[in-house]
Design a protein around this ligand. Structure first.
Ligand code: HEM
Length: 142
């Protein structure tokens, strides 16, 4: 159960990243050229919400999430218990707010600009909060 969930959460990062990059690029084109935005921002937001559900579930069963004495001094426990959660929640919130604000803009350019800015910030936060293998947090590429 735990292993399967962890692999799903780990693999889904790539889906999230690809969809977010496509959404940001498409939003930029809409902003600059007025081209129709398409559904990519919606798909990217849904992917982040699925990731949030898997992440929340993992949060309750992972042995890396602990609030025992001195957990803030342990880089691994601090990362998963506090940093990963906080930054990812902030990123998903930013993307969700961006999606709903963009919807209310009257022009294609306005929708593109709003989506571009909010989704880019969300994407950067996610890149920052992923436990990439080179960060020494014991996680892999997939
Ligand atoms: C777009 C958002 C997110 C992405 C891309 C993401 C990505 C990842 C990745 C790549 C790992 C490493 C998995 C491995 O060890 O192979 C991980 C682990 C973890 N994530 Fe996330 N995550 C996201 C959001 C969240 C959220 C919102 C939560 C909590 C509510 C969360 C909770 C966890 C936990 C607890 C682990 C550690 C699992 C373990 O090894 O025991 N994640 N995440």
């Amino acid at each position: 159960m735990y292993e399967g969930l962890k692999h799903a959460h780990s693999g889904l990062r790539w889906v999230v990243l690809v969809l977010l990059i496509l959404a940001v690029a498409g939003a930029y084109r809409s902003w600059k050229g007025g081209a129709a935005g398409g559904k990519m921002p919606l798909y990217a937001m849904i992917a982040t919400h699925v990731q949030l559900l898997l992440g929340l579930w993992l949060y309750f069963i992972s042995s890396y999430v602990k609030f025992t004495e001195g957990f803030m001094k342990d880089p691994l426990l601090r990362f998963y218990s506090v940093e990963h959660l906080t930054l990812m929640l902030l990123a998903i919130l930013t993307i969700t707010i961006g999606y709903s604000r963009a919807k209310r803009k009257p022009t294609e350019e306005g929708r593109g600009r709003t989506t571009f800015l909010y989704y880019l910030i969300g994407l950067l936060l996610i890149l920052l909060a992923i436990p990439w293998p080179f960060r020494g947090l014991g996680a892999g590429w997939f």
